[in-house]
Design a protein around this ligand. Structure first.
Ligand code: CTP
Ligand code: CA
Length: 225
């Protein structure tokens, strides 16, 4: 029923999705990054494609097979993701930032593998906030949705992030819940807008992708405008 119901409701849309976790190299073998399997972002890409959208998937490293009929743009670092997103984002009617972006990068990188000896202090600088840059250049009618993983006061932190970044919605993961979320094929999230909060109960990431897309399309309905 779900598939029939959704068929082609995204035709004419270009959906730009980011997925995976960006990596900031310390040396040729080590990196800093955030946990992310990429499964939620890839499930969203597959679901949007099934529903008739043109899909651009800007993907940091994952162990997943690239979805069929999706334009996949591989990246590693946050700066690469930022460049590829900014180059393409004006084409997108819907932007979904599911990637776990590395928050800091080493100010210096070692060209050779660093040898382990005693305590180590790293000097880090913050990476660019891609979501905020996308919001700053949004065109009329473009929907922009972020993701957030929180360990405490999830709704309060999520809403704060939504307002600070200016996204239309945030998909909130409460990662303190056991057995779902990271690495799992299942998840439960809260879909947050400035005015609303909707709990989507635990289900497969594939089903969740369809529910999230439904909520994103719902942002165009009058009560949200
Ligand atoms: N994001 C981004 N660029 C960054 C960091 C985050 O585009 N440098 C995006 C993520 O893809 C996500 C949203 O912003 O859609 C929220 O990510 P999150 O890590 O929760 O936000 P941060 O501002 O990094 O806050 P925190 O300090 O809680 O990590
Ligand atoms: Ca972060």
């Amino acid at each position: 029923l779900g598939v029939l119901h959704h068929r082609n409701d995204l035709s004419g849309e270009t959906v730009l999705i980011t997925a995976g976790g960006t990596r900031e190299a310390l040396d040729p073998v080590r990196f800093l990054g955030n946990r992310s399997s990429g499964k939620m972002g890839y499930a969203l890409a597959e679901a949007a494609e099934r529903r008739g959208a043109r899909v651009i998937l800007v993907s940091a490293p994952t162990a997943l097979r690239p979805p069929a009929n999706v334009e996949i743009v591989p990246v590693i670092t946050t700066e690469e993701m930022r460049g590829e997103v900014i180059n393409r984002v004006d084409q997108a009617s819907i932007v979904i930032k599911a990637a776990a972006v590395a928050d800091y990068r080493p100010i210096r990188q070692s060209g050779q593998k660093m040898k382990r000896q005693g305590p180590l202090t790293l000097d880090l600088e913050p990476t660019a906030d891609i979501l905020s840059e996308v919001v700053a250049r949004r065109h009329p009618g473009q929907l922009i949705v972020g993701f957030a993983a929180e360990t405490e006061n999830a709704v309060a932190h999520g809403r704060d992030k939504l307002l600070r970044k200016g996204a239309d919605a945030i998909v909130l993961n409460d990662v303190s819940r056991e057995g779902i979320g990271f690495d799992s094929d299942r998840n439960a999230v809260t879909f947050l807008t400035a005015q609303t909060s909707l709990d989507l109960p635990e289900m497969t990431k594939r089903d969740l992708a369809d529910r999230i897309l439904e909520e994103i399309l719902g942002l165009r309905r009058p009560q949200h405008v």
